[in-house]
Design a protein around this ligand. Structure first.
Ligand code: GLC
Ligand code: CA
Length: 556
């Protein structure tokens, strides 16, 4: 079967605020992206996902949308966006917008209206509730940002009711039970698609439907007796009807792609969002591998997660492959080695993402091996999640060191520091004062320095992306995991009826000896890619270097 364009695509995620600042105000912008499009074309990617660039007070860096049909003035104008869209299309690059449908900003016109009175026509666009008889919040739900005392409910003095906000109180949740809200949102999504955008990434899509009756949540009370536990908030019965309706009203009418941010799904519940016969979403990304738990998954867990999803989806559904994004640590710091073997491990991780079944996602900066950052003071952090949790934990009496040890490695500012273009001041990102400090390692890690190396990370990404275009097995091949129990080596076959590829990755900083499994012995394998040019191009050897990654093709 012919693949869809988004199955063959390689998606590059742009966090606009931190990409490239064209006018010296310290904030990345659309003209900046336009200036750098040729570099993305050179990289070979053919789709861009923009994290939200709509008008926004930036309480959560754009995930608080004030106007769903306009561009934030800090990023440019709608006209700039249309120019960018044309320019990208003429380079063969599609554009996917981030759709934030669980909540809006409190500055959104809908909310400004809704809070005027209980009988305002927009009142039911949001979720309002009376307090308990003693006046306290309707239930014990907490907000994810540990904001205020921690509740997910905010009292509105004017209309004498609480409204729900899973995130900041400046991000009230939208009421998906209400038909006029749904229709207005669908019309807005069609408006973007009519303009020519090519699809949507759907923010926290599994939580649009709220639990019936708003019950108190038992157990797991994180702050001041408020529960932030998420299970109850995601995948609530009724969610699929909403997404099916969205599909009928919007997606099915266009040749667009959709990718859902699917919190709290396992491979079985996740499949319900993306199996072709369900007519919901085209693909999703899950968090079985890329998650914020204190410890990253082991190599065995990585393999098991890939196999589990592959087996459950069986060719009926499609995944996004990613190891990081704007909410997660830099992948080379989290899964690789960001000092001695930074270059090798960055390439090894890319090899996995681009050869496992699904569409590869590249998060800006990953293609030059950008790393996590450690700012010394809380004032240097911006992420509301990090800042909120820092204050909540220190106030609760946790010692500073333990709080830092917990927060620094997973802070969402790690991936959000400005893109490192060169070794000039502010990494060449801006001539002004950057909205978030640059990572002090920019002198050593930047595009110019990387591309000047003989075997740069950037060049390796170029090769991987080009290989994907030439080798159908990388897109459509079956997945057969070899050495499934090996604690360090990830070895697998991708097969179509015409082609067999073998991927070997040493997912460790150790030199490894492996006995080749019978399936691959004594065949004619030709190496088509390696991240360790100093090795012999053959499978017939006993040692694999730290973080070594290779792809072979069966040639006889
Ligand atoms: C998603 C976004 C994250 C944002 C949250 C609320 O998880 O990726 O950045 O804070 O939704 O919109
Ligand atoms: Ca700017």
């Amino acid at each position: 079967m012919k693949s869809k364009w988004w199955q063959e695509a390689v998606v590059y995620q742009i966090y606009c605020k931190s990409f490239y600042d064209s006018n010296g105000d310290g904030i990345g912008d659309l003209p900046g992206v336009m200036e750098k499009l040729p570099q993305l074309k050179e990289l070979g990617i053919n789709c861009i996902w923009f994290t939200p660039i709509y008008t926004s007070p930036q309480v959560d860096n754009g995930y608080d949308v004030a106007d769903y049909k306009d561009i934030d003035p800090a990023y440019g104008t709608l006209e700039d966006f249309k120019r960018l869209l044309d320019m990208a299309h003429s380079l063969g690059i599609k554009i996917v917008m981030d759709m934030v449908l669980n909540h809006s900003s409190d500055k959104c016109r809908w909310f400004q209206e809704a809070k005027k009175s209980r009988d305002n026509p927009y009142r039911n666009y949001y979720i309002w509730h009376d307090g308990k008889p003693d006046g306290s919040e309707p239930n014990n739900w907490g907000n994810y940002f540990y904001e205020g005392k921690g509740s997910a409910w905010e009292w509105d003095e004017n209309t004498q009711q609480y409204y729900l906000h899973y995130y900041s109180k400046h991000m009230p949740d939208l009421n998906w039970e209400y038909e006029p809200l749904r229709q207005e949102v669908y019309a807005m999504m069609r408006w973007w698609l009519d303009m020519g955008v090519d699809g949507f990434r759907l923010d926290v899509i599994t939580s649009l439907k709220k639990p019936e009756g708003f019950p108190d949540y038992p157990g797991q009370l994180e702050v001041n007796g408020y529960a932030i536990g998420r299970e109850q908030r995601c995948n609530v019965p009724g969610i699929h009807e909403i997404i099916q309706e969205m599909n009928r009203e919007v997606f099915s009418r266009y040749d667009c792609m959709t990718v859902g941010e699917a919190s709290r799904v396992n491979s079985v519940t996740g499949a319900d969002y993306i199996r072709a016969d369900r007519k919901e979403l085209d693909s999703l990304y899950h968090f079985d591998i890329c998650h914020r738990l204190p410890k990253p998954p082991t190599v065995l867990e990585y393999k098991q997660a890939q196999m589990r999803w592959y087996k459950t989806l069986e060719n009926n559904a499609w995944l996004a492959q990613h190891l990081s994004n704007h909410d997660y640590p830099r992948q080379v710091s989290r899964f690789g080695d960001d000092t001695t073997y930074r270059v090798e491990s960055a390439k090894m991780l890319a090899t996995l993402t681009h050869t496992m079944p699904g569409t590869p996602y590249v998060y800006q900066g990953e293609e030059i091996g950008m790393t996590n950052v450690e700012f010394p003071t809380i004032e240097q952090y911006n992420d509301p999640y990090t800042v909120g949790q820092y204050h909540a934990l220190t106030k609760a009496g946790e010692p500073e060191e333990t709080v830092w040890a917990k927060l620094r490695p997973i802070s969402r500012d790690n991936p959000r520091t400005p893109y490192q273009w060169d070794d000039s001041e502010n990494a060449g990102f801006t001539t002004g004062k950057p909205w978030l400090e640059v990572n002090p390692r920019y002198k050593e890690i930047n595009v110019v320095a990387d591309r000047a190396m003989e075997n740069s990370i950037f060049a390796y990404y170029q090769k991987l992306i080009a290989l994907r275009k030439e080798n159908p097995a990388m897109v459509n091949g079956t997945l057969e995991m070899l050495l499934p129990e090996h604690p360090e080596v990830v070895m697998y076959l991708r097969k179509t009826c015409r082609q067999t590829l073998l991927v070997v990755c040493n997912f460790s900083g150790k030199e490894i000896r492996v006995e080749l499994p019978a399936e691959v012995k004594a065949h004619g394998w030709q190496r088509i890619l390696t991240n360790r040019e100093d090795t012999i191009p053959s499978l017939e050897r006993s040692r694999w270097l730290p973080w070594e990654a290779e792809i072979y093709e069966l040639r006889c």
